[in-house]
Design a protein around this ligand. Structure first.
Ligand SMILES: [Zn+2]
Length: 484
C-alpha cells in the first residue's frame, strides 16, 4: 500500500468511527430526552388537568395561557405575550439562528361541554358551562412537554437553531392562528410541528375542510304582534327566510360541503315583533375556492331574505380558515417517530371506563378497544370534514401534525364523552405519545437539513408558483368577543 492510500484509508476509518460515535451520541441524546419527558409525566398531567378545569373558551383563555407561559418561562424560554392583538396569544422562544422550528399548542374549550372526568354517564360539572370536548388542554400541554424536552436537547447537544412554542388561542371558530399568520409571526419559520387529540394514533398526511363563519344580523321594526302587526317588520322572519333558502341550497352544492347554523337571537317575546334577530353560520368545503362561491350564495340568500322581509342585513365574518395543506414527506418523518414510541395499553379500570362510555355513543364504534395500542398505517389523500386554523399555518410554512388516542376508541371530538376522556388518565397517556413523537420529529428537523429541504420542495410544488396567501379576515380585528 502506498503512503497516500494508507493515509486515505486511515482518514476514512477516523471519519467512519466519528460518524458512528456521533450517531451513537445522537441516539443516546434522544433516549435521554424521552426519559426526561417520562420523568415529568405527573407534572404535565397536572398542567393538563388544570387547563381542563379552567375550561376557558376562545380568546378568554387568560388562566390557561398564563399557566403555559409560566411553564415555558420556568424552562428557560423568552415569552412574548399578547401578540397579533390577541391578549391570550404568545410566542415562547429558545435559541438563535437557523433553522427555526415551531411547535404549536392550543388551549381553548368548547361551550356547553362541561363533563366530569373519566365518568361514563352525562354529568356536567356545571350546567351549560364549557368543557374540553376537543382535548385542547392536552394539545397545549403535550406541545409544552415536547418543546421543553427539545429545548434541553438543543442546549446540551450544542445544535444551532431556534425553537418556538406558539400559544395559539381560539382554535374553535375564532381563527386565532389566522391573525398570527397575518401578523407575520411565522414568517421566518422553516417547519411547524403539531398534534391533535383523537381516538387513534396516526400520523397520516390528512387534509381538512376550509371553513368560513359569520353572524348574520337582521334589523326590522318592533310592533305589537296582535294590535299592530302591519307596522312591524320581523327580523326573525328574515332569519327564517334565509335559513329556508340555504336549506334548499344544500341540494345544489358539491356534496362534501357542510353548512350549519344556530339562531343566536330570535326575539324577546312572542307578542312583540322582533326588531333584531341573528343567525350564526358555518360553511365548510375541502376546497377553499369552491367554499368562497358557496359562501357568496349564502350571503345572497341573506340579502334576499332582508329584501323580502323589509329588514336590513349586516354580516360579521367571524372566522375563515383554509383546508390543511398536508406535507407527505414530514408525515413520513413523524410516522417513523410515532411508530418508535408506539401506542399504549389500558389498565383494567380504564378498559372498563372505555367500554362503558362507548355504550353511550349513538352508533356502535368502528374501532375496537385495544386499537390505541397500535399505530395506524400511513394513508394518503384522506380529508377530515372538520376544520382547523392550523390550515392557514400549513399554507405559510411546511406543517406536520399527528393524532394520538386520547379519547376511547370511537369517541368523537366535540362531545361530552371526549371531555370525560380529556380530563382523565387515558387522555394523559395519549398526550405522552404525542409529546414524545413531536419531540423526536423536532429533533430530526434540527439535526438533518435534508428534512427541511425535502419538506420545502413538496410544499412549493403543492402550493404552485402563483399561490399568494390571502384571507377573508384580511383587515378585520380578531373577533375577541365571538363567544360572548
Ligand atoms: Zn380541536
Amino acid at each position: 500500500m502506498n503512503r497516500s492510500r494508507y493515509i486515505g484509508l486511515l482518514l476514512m476509518l477516523v471519519w467512519t468511527s466519528t460518524a458512528t460515535a456521533q450517531r451513537a451520541a445522537d441516539t443516546d441524546d434522544r433516549a435521554t430526552m424521552l426519559q426526561r419527558i417520562d420523568a415529568r409525566r405527573d407534572s404535565y398531567a397536572t398542567v393538563a388537568k388544570q387547563i381542563w378545569g379552567f375550561a376557558e373558551v376562545g380568546y378568554q383563555e387568560e388562566k390557561s395561557s398564563a399557566l403555559l407561559q409560566q411553564q415555558l418561562r420556568a424552562a428557560g424560554f423568552q415569552v412574548k405575550a399578547g401578540v397579533a392583538d390577541i391578549p391570550t396569544a404568545f410566542v415562547a422562544t429558545f435559541g438563535s439562528g437557523k433553522p427555526v422550528i415551531g411547535i404549536v399548542g392550543e388551549f381553548d374549550a368548547l361551550p356547553g361541554l362541561s363533563q366530569e372526568a373519566q365518568t361514563a354517564a352525562r354529568h356536567a360539572i356545571e350546567d351549560n358551562a364549557a368543557g374540553h370536548g376537543c382535548g385542547h388542554n392536552l394539545l397545549g400541554t403535550g406541545a409544552l412537554a415536547a418543546a421543553v424536552a427539545v429545548k434541553e436537547w438543543l442546549a446540551s447537544s450544542g445544535h444551532a437553531g431556534t425553537l418556538r412554542y406558539y400559544g395559539t388561542p381560539a382554535e374553535e371558530g375564532g381563527s386565532g392562528k389566522v391573525y398570527m399568520v397575518r401578523a407575520g409571526l411565522f414568517g421566518d419559520v422553516d417547519a411547524v410541528v403539531s398534534w391533535h387529540p383523537g381516538d387513534r394514533n396516526e400520523a397520516s398526511p390528512t387534509s381538512s375542510t376550509a371553513n368560513i363563519t359569520g353572524k348574520f344580523r337582521f334589523r326590522g321594526v318592533a310592533a305589537h304582534a296582535a294590535a299592530a302587526p302591519d307596522r312591524g317588520r320581523s327580523a326573525l322572519d328574515a332569519v327564517e327566510a334565509m335559513d329556508y333558502m340555504v336549506n334548499m341550497m344544500r341540494e345544489h352544492v358539491p356534496q362534501e360541503t357542510r353548512i350549519h347554523y344556530i339562531i343566536t337571537r330570535g326575539g324577546a317575546a312572542p307578542n312583540v315583533v322582533p326588531d333584531f334577530a341573528e343567525a350564526y353560520y358555518y360553511a365548510r368545503q375541502p376546497n377553499m375556492r369552491i367554499l368562497d362561491g358557496v359562501w357568496e350564495r349564502i350571503v345572497n340568500a341573506a340579502n334576499g331574505a332582508a329584501l323580502g322581509t323589509g329588514t336590513k342585513m349586516e354580516l360579521e365574518v367571524t372566522g375563515a380558515v383554509y383546508n390543511v395543506l398536508p406535507n407527505e414527506y414530514l408525515s413520513g418523518v413523524m410516522n417513523r417517530n410515532l411508530e418508535r414510541i408506539g401506542g399504549f395499553s389500558y389498565t383494567p379500570e380504564e378498559a372498563k371506563f372505555a367500554e362503558e362510555i362507548r355504550k353511550t355513543l349513538t352508533d356502535p364504534p368502528d374501532v375496537a378497544i385495544g386499537s390505541q395500542e397500535a399505530v395506524r398505517p400511513l394513508r394518503t389523500g384522506a380529508v377530515n370534514s372538520s376544520s382547523t386554523d392550523l390550515a392557514d399555518v400549513s399554507w405559510t410554512v411546511p406543517t406536520v401534525s399527528m393524532t394520538a388516542a386520547t379519547f376511547a376508541p370511537g369517541v368523537p371530538a366535540h362531545s361530552w364523552q371526549a371531555t370525560a376522556c380529556a380530563g382523565g388518565t387515558i387522555g394523559v397517556k395519549g398526550m405522552m405519545v404525542a409529546a414524545k413523537s413531536m419531540a423526536l420529529t423536532t429533533v430530526d428537523l434540527f439535526t438533518d437539513p435534508a428534512h427541511i429541504q425535502k419538506a420545502k420542495a413538496e410544499f412549493d410544488q403543492k402550493r404552485g408558483p402563483n399561490f399568494k396567501y390571502t384571507t377573508r379576515l384580511a383587515d378585520r380585528k380578531p373577533a375577541l368577543d365571538y363567544r360572548k
